[in-house]
Design a protein. Structure first.
Length: 223
């Protein structure tokens, strides 16, 4: 089984009559358990590609399959069910809810669809925060945490629903070297221990080198 497969993905953005072609035909496959770096200079289309692969954005053309099932053409409701059940996301600027506590942020992907935070969710969120070394910050509001701590909360949140696949878009991009290395170490550990598949965009060769394999986006294509 291939976990995620893209064939001939294209993406254009339109601004009036002006077309910007960002992706010009991307083919790629992710196998279960891989940790893959998506490399390319700023503006090369890494975020666009991650958003399309993560079913957050529609491509202009091409097809996508998840676990050998075609997902192109599904309704937004069906796509969001796949995202919520199988995918986790870590963004460059963590996107935490600033007034929510660490536990509430981590539990959010389970609590939001359920309409509330259960005891079991709280327990899982706590254990994930322990895993990212934040057991002493469980009830801190996100806006009281440091940049590195926030990003570790974001990693814990991405794991809340036990995803098979985590997309991380420049997860270390807003961190200093030490905190960036710590977050990468954490992702590597989770990948090895849980067999979670990771696709991590970065323009940092040192970060890419930590992954099993590197995919390079150059001029809208895989180099
Ligand atoms: P990267 O993540 O590699 O820096 P992006 O995927 O963010 O690259 O952007 C790739 C190109 O697409 C850039 O030229 C950017 O300006 C353009 N782009 C991204 N999003 C939009 C959008 N919503 N509308 C128009 N152009 C966009
Ligand atoms: Mg980007």
């Amino acid at each position: 089984m291939t976990l995620l497969k893209a064939d001939g993905l294209t993406k254009s953005f339109y601004n009036g009559d002006l077309e910007t072609v960002v992706l010009k035909g991307i083919d790629l496959a992710l196998e279960p358990g891989e940790m893959v770096a998506l490399q390319g200079p700023s503006g090369s289309g890494k975020s666009t590609l991650l958003n399309i692969l993560g079913l957050l954005m529609q491509p202009t053309g091409g097809t996508l399959s998840f676990m050998d099932d075609r997902v192109s053409g599904l309704s937004e409701k069906q796509l969001s069910a796949i995202r919520n059940r199988h995918f986790g996301f870590v963004f460059q600027f963590h996107n935490l809810l600033p007034d929510f506590t660490a536990v509430e942020n981590v539990a959010f992907p389970a609590a939001a669809p359920a309409g509330g935070l259960s005891k079991a969710m709280r327990k899982r969120a706590k254990s994930l925060l322990e895993r990212v070394d934040l057991s002493d910050r469980l009830d801190y509001a996100a806006n009281r945490l440091s940049g590195g701590q926030k990003q570790r909360v974001a990693v814990a949140r991405a794991l809340m629903n036990r995803p098979q696949l985590v997309f991380a878009d420049e997860p270390t991009g807003s961190l200093d070297q030490e905190n960036g290395a710590r977050v990468m170490q954490l992702l590597r550990e989770i990948n090895r221990e849980d067999k979670t598949t990771f696709l991590i965009s970065t323009h940092d060769p040192d970060i890419a080198a930590i992954c099993d394999r590197q995919i390079n986006v150059v001029d809208g294509r895989i180099a």
